[in-house]
Design a protein around this ligand. Sequence first.
Ligand code: GLN
Length: 254
Amino acid sequence: MNGFEFRRSLEERLRAVAGEDAFWEAGHLLTYLEKNPGADLDKLLRRRCEGEPLQYVLGEWEFFGLPFVTDRRALIPRPDTELLCEIALSFLKGGERVLDLCCGSGCIGIALAKNRAIELVSADISLDALSLTGENASRNKVTLKTVQSDLFSGIEGAFDLIVSNPPYLSGPEMRHLERSLSFEPGIALDGGEDGLDFYRRIRCEYPSFLKKKGALLLEIGASQEKAVCELFEGAQCRYDYGNRPRAIIVRQYD
Ligand code: GLN
């Protein structure tokens, strides 16, 4: 079988589970096999065909052009979230103190620390997530401090930038999760009945952790623009490349 036929055969085997993404997934699988010649292809395909997302099956995924370890300890880094990094970098010159709240795999903070000389604190309630963040920091040769914290409960001091992709799925969304999402930690997705629990708590708690002229930057779900903007006075919304509301910016001016 030549390379082309091999890719086609992978694509066919992925078709049932990946649908129109089968061609794209076969490409990722091929790249992975080239880098890991000893990999057990049948085992990888079996896991994928049982519905586990490709990113977990491969155990690594790119975010903001950087390599990240991906497994079930935290959410898969998503391209939508790269928008938060782009906005954050437009605020950062170097020397700032930055908090990545609900850091999960650590991808947002690590992408920032890779591009600017910042002092980074990455916080999550989940020790599993923090261990993954630590691995990803080493993988990307980034220095950060991890803190186990239920939102701000374990956080000390004030920050120039607080960035967060908190859990924001609603009760109905959690009850009808698509199969691939059911492999991701529920604690990282579940935003309470209306999906806004974490935004409400952040709204109450963030002011004492933000320096003067600092910024708060939050990822939101595509239907949450109005509700989150109502919670945060003066908030601005930015849209992602799929033209969906995706990021909320709150500036502190005094
Ligand atoms: N972006 C994820 C989704 O659409 C949710 C991420 C989150 O809750 N922070 O399923």
